[in-house]
Ligand binder design. Structure first.
Ligand code: NDP
Length: 239
């Protein structure tokens, strides 16, 4: 019960990594508020669901103010919602570029601009930005995605400085997963997935709960002296 008594917001929690984190955090005693575009295919004790488009700045502000009013203290924010729209730079349209920036970058800002200061005002908290191995090392055909995933690392480091500048224990870290078996990979050809698996030291792709357990660590007081860091969860992909 490593999150006993804590309240967490997880964006994009209807499925994939968000679902895995929501369940694991709830199993560890937290009250979970998830928000997503689509409805979740699961119900879980202590996981409350709201429909929210993280690209909608006004809606995010209203949602954040509502949950702060309702729960009084938000201890954990996981900026997890994310999308891909892959293509080579020469073929990338404005629509593909802007759509990925809107969710993966603006969405993180839209949520944290209210919840981060709330944590600062109420004595502490843990913010986790879900980045990617692609944000650390780049990837052919993902200029939009790599820009956002590198961006959320910069945002994590900035918030680690900004929200703790008065000595308040607000921590902000990023997790950079490798290739993890969720729907986001469903458009990736099998031969590429095999190549990614072979490129890891562990010789396989990751499972959602392997990222969720890393997030649980960073969210919990076990990581009380860790801030501004990037935790790579990629099976040793880039050693
Ligand atoms: P999924 O596609 O399974 O889940 C992403 C979730 O985000 C979906 O439920 C989706 O909702 C939601 N979402 C998308 N757009 C919005 C929006 N505008 N507002 C609110 N929610 C939204 O992907 P993963 O679980 O794999 O990905 C989770 C995070 O992990 C992402 O940030 C991704 O980039 C990152 N990541 C994933 C890796 C992997 O290999 N799986 C590797 C590295 C990083 P809907 O279905 O309704 O669109």
């Amino acid at each position: 019960m490593r999150l006993q008594g804590k309240t967490a917001i997880i964006t994009g929690g209807a499925r994939g990594l968000g679902e895995s984190m929501a369940k694991l955090f709830a199993d560890n005693g937290a009250k979970i508020i998830t928000c997503d575009m689509g409805d979740p295919l699961y119900t879980y004790e202590n996981v409350e669901f709201y429909k929210l488009d993280v690209t909608d700045s006004e809606a995010c502000k209203k949602f954040s103010e509502y949950v702060i009013e309702k729960y009084k203290k938000i201890d954990i924010l996981v900026n997890n919602a994310g999308i891909t729209k892959d293509g080579m730079t020469r073929k990338m349209t404005d629509e593909m570029w802007n759509a990925v920036i809107a969710v993966n970058l603006n969405g993180v800002f839209n949520m944290t601009r209210t919840i981060g200061p709330h944590m600062e005002d109420t004595g502490g908290g843990s913010i986790i930005n879900i980045s990617s191995v692609v944000g650390e090392y780049g990837n052919i055909g993902q200029i939009n995605y790599s820009a956002t995933k590198a961006g959320v690392i910069g945002m994590a480091k900035t918030w680690a400085k900004e929200f703790a500048r008065k000595g308040v224990q607000v921590r902000c870290n990023a997790i950079a997963p490798g290739y993890i078996m969720t729907d986001i990979l469903k458009t990736v050809p099998q031969e590429l997935l095999d190549k990614f698996a072979a490129a890891t030291m562990l010789g396989r792709l990751g499972q959602p709960d392997e990222v969720a357990r890393a997030a649980l660590f960073l969210a919990s007081d076990d990581a009380s002296y860790i801030t501004g860091s990037v935790l790579s969860v990629n099976g040793g992909m880039r050693l």
